[in-house]
Design a protein around this ligand. Structure first.
Ligand SMILES: [Zn+2]
Length: 376
């Protein structure tokens, strides 16, 4: 089968589109015919490598996938060949005290598909059957592939970690990223007022279509936290959902209300910063980290998406062999929503350029339209 693999850590050029052996499911595993696989920033971190972490090569990238079950291994009885499913990429041991208590993302040996085992940027992938969930019936395969990592991450950050309540105000930085947009959609669903930031007026305008109440352009605004305070009558927001890291750290401390909660899940602008401890205790701030989610949070997220018929935001769809081009789009930060790869080729309807932005990928509206058609 064909797959996007790396033979060493490095830049974009080290991603190769190669023929690799098709995987075989073992006991408790399934073989998935991948119809769509979405990109995440994690793919970049895995490709670049981390000190002291050696991947067996060639390594197949990719964490998110939706498709059809081809084979079920020994002992698998809750999924059958022919089922339309998506994969929860969180891997846990199932035996440690944290797994037993239902906190799989706190497992002592927690890992992620595409990092701790071969990934989804392939025509087929083997996954543990316990990680397989039925595809929400109102979603196309491309939309379903956009859900798992980003939406379970945002769900846990808002619902479990920050304990969002209706009527609260949530600040979300860098709208356009997968987790940020998932956070916007889920926070609105939970009855929150949402303030979003971006350096692009185009992205802020589109965020309004997805329910953003207020928008701040941090590139043209001299002081981000002051703008946020103005929007909240000097009070500050209740919750900050931050995927950005170092660049927004100190502004978050000033933009949040007394007793507010700040939840971090990413470091696209850097991981190191300094902490003003006086601000932290004087203002009763709670700063939290969060990664992915538990099996139950994944189930809750899917149930909420199905019940509300929410559609994840898909920025663009590329054929799998154009994985480098797709990754370049994510690395440049131009995307608004998830970038999805399809091993089977992109339908003609999606190959219209988006004239107004100059982007020569796939038409956003056509993606949404074709997604709806495909799901029916
Ligand atoms: Zn465990």
């Amino acid at each position: 089968m064909k797959a996007a693999v790396i033979f060493e850590n490095g830049d974009l050029e080290c991603i190769k589109f190669e023929e690799v052996p098709s995987p075989v499911p073992g006991p408790g595993e399934i073989l998935l015919d991948v119809h769509a696989a979405a990109l995440n920033h994690l793919d970049i971190w895995v490709r670049r490598g981390r000190p002291g972490v050696e991947l067996p090569v060639p390594h197949i990238l990719g964490s998110d996938a939706a498709g059809v079950v081809l084979e079920a291994g020994e002992g698998v009885d809750h999924v059958r060949p022919g089922d339309a499913v998506l994969i929860n990429p969180g891997l846990s041991c199932g035996r440690c005290e944290f797994c037993r208590r239902g906190e799989q993302s706190e497992c002592i040996s927690f890992g992620i598909v595409g990092m701790a085992r071969p990934g989804t940027f392939a025509e087929r992938v083997v996954a543990p059957a316990m990680n397989v969930f039925a595809k929400p019936s109102h979603l196309s395969m491309t939309e379903a592939a956009a859900l798992p990592l980003a939406y379970v991450t945002a769900w846990r950050m808002l619902m479990s970690r920050a304990r969002l309540r209706p009527g609260e105000t949530v600040l979300i930085h860098g709208i356009g990223g997968g987790v940020a947009l998932a956070g916007l959609q889920l926070a609105r669903l939970a009855g929150a007022r949402v303030v979003v930031t971006s350096s692009s007026d185009d992205k802020l305008l589109r965020a309004r279509e997805f329910g953003a109440d207020d928008c701040v352009n941090y590139a043209t605004n001299p002081c981000l936290s002051e703008a946020i305070r103005d929007l909240t009558g000097g009070r500050g927001v209740d919750i900050v959902l931050d995927t950005v890291g170092a660049a927004t750290w100190s502004e978050n401390f000033k933009a949040v209300r007394r007793g507010g909660r700040i939840v971090h899940c990413g470091v696209t602008t850097g991981a190191e910063t300094t902490v003003n401890i006086s601000q932290l205790y004087w203002n009763h701030l709670v700063v939290m980290g969060s990664t992915m989610g538990s099996d139950d949070e994944f189930r809750q997220m899917l149930a909420a998406v199905s019940a509300s018929r929410m559609r994840p935001v898909v920025d663009s769809i590329y054929p799998l062999n154009r994985v480098c081009e797709a990754t370049l789009r994510m690395e440049s930060g131009e995307q608004f929503g998830k970038i999805v790869l399809v091993p089977g080729g992109v339908p003609d309807a999606l190959n219209k350029p988006r004239a107004e932005s100059g982007f020569r990928g796939h038409n956003f509206e056509a993606v949404q339209e074709a997604g709806s058609v495909e799901a029916e």
